[in-house]
Each structure stands twice: as C-alpha cells, then as structure tokens.
Design a protein around this ligand. Structure first.
Ligand SMILES: [Zn+2]
Length: 202
C-alpha cells in the first residue's frame, strides 16, 4: 500500500516532464519574483500522471484511521478549479461518496447554489498546490458554515512557507517545496543578471 506513495523526487520528475514545474524568471500578479513556477494542471492533462499523483495523495489519507473509518461517507472538496482533477482522482481512489468544489465569483470564494447545510459529509480538502494556504482556509470556513467538519487536508505540492496544519488537521502533501520568492525586482537575483521576465497570471 505504502509503495503507491511516490517519493518527492518521483513527483518532481513527473511535474518537470509534464511542464507543470518550470524554471525561469517569473513575476506573479502581486509583483513577487521567483525562479520557479508551478502550472499544475499541465500534470493533470495526462490520465496516467494524474492517476499516479491523485492515488499517491489518497494513500496519505487512507493510512489515517480517523479518516479511513469514516469512508465512504466522506466528501472530497476542492477550494479552486486547479484542485478539481485532484479531487476527482482522490474521490475515485478512496471511493468517497461526495465531491464539491469552490469557485471565485466576484472576488468571493463560494460553492454552487443549492448546496444545503447538513448535506455535506465530513470533508477532505484537496488542492493541486498550496502556496499561501489562503484558499484552503477560506474554503474551510465555507465547509463549517454548511455544518460539515474538515477531517483531512492535502495537496500535491505544499510550499514550506504555507501552514502545515488547518486547525488541528495536518496538511499532507507529496512534495514539500521550499519556494524562493523575492518581494520585488529590487532583490531578485535574475533581475540583477537582466534575465528576461515571464509574467504569470496567478
Ligand atoms: Zn526578477
């Protein structure tokens, strides 16, 4: 069972091969500069790699007795569109009963209309990447408002600068990535070398 959890190196190789992990000189919309960028859906465009990643992450939940004892009456929840393929893959691997995803609408994160309080099973929140943790925190609030509890949380990649817990729940990931971020171009190593920049959308 544990064999199905790919190592951090194996996952990084998959992310590089599929173009999901990119090296260069990137500028984020918030003005931060970085020599790395993750465009995770590129790894999820291939069925085989999507499956390896989602099944790997699902095993991290399966080994938790608190979680496995509640299956299949569990919901898998994605805080963002990038997490939707992760959620479907994890749901499939765990045979969980429900799946939900939040979306940004008018700058506000919300679930689709007509999901009622009391309908949402105990929840495992999954995303493709956790950079700041804000998306999962906002979604956890929505989950609680619907009367459900978050019993698990994880992502394919978690930046080590992000929280490693959501309340009492540990955040599990296949890769813990130490991202290099510069607040502006002033202290960016690539700017000093006049490397051309690539703007990324989010
Ligand atoms: Zn720069």
């Amino acid at each position: 069972m544990v064999d199905l959890i790919p190592s951090s190196d194996t996952v990084m190789q998959i992310l590089k091969r599929t173009g999901a992990f990119r090296e260069g000189h990137f500028v984020y919309p918030n003005g931060k500069h970085s020599p790395h960028y993750f465009q995770m859906p590129l790894a999820f465009r291939y069925y085989d790699t999507a499956r390896v990643l989602a099944v790997g992450l699902s095993r991290k939940f399966r080994v938790d007795r608190d979680i496995s004892s509640q299956l299949p009456k569990v919901s898998i929840i994605s805080p963002s569109s990038g997490g939707i393929p992760v959620a479907f893959g994890v749901r499939d691997a765990l045979s969980a009963e429900q799946i939900y995803w939040a979306e940004q609408e008018d700058n506000k994160r919300r679930f689709r209309q007509y999901i009622n309080r009391g309908e949402v099973n105990p929840s495992i929140m999954v995303d493709d990447i956790i950079r700041s943790g804000l998306a999962i925190e906002e979604t956890a609030t929505l989950v609680k408002e619907l009367g459900s509890a978050v019993i698990g949380c994880g992502a394919i990649v978690r930046f080590t600068s992000a929280p490693d817990k959501l309340g009492d729940v540990p955040i599990r990931s296949l890769v813990e990535f130490d991202a290099h971020m510069y607040d502006s171009g002033d202290d960016c190593a690539d700017c000093k070398k006049s490397v051309p920049i690539e703007n990324v959308r989010f």
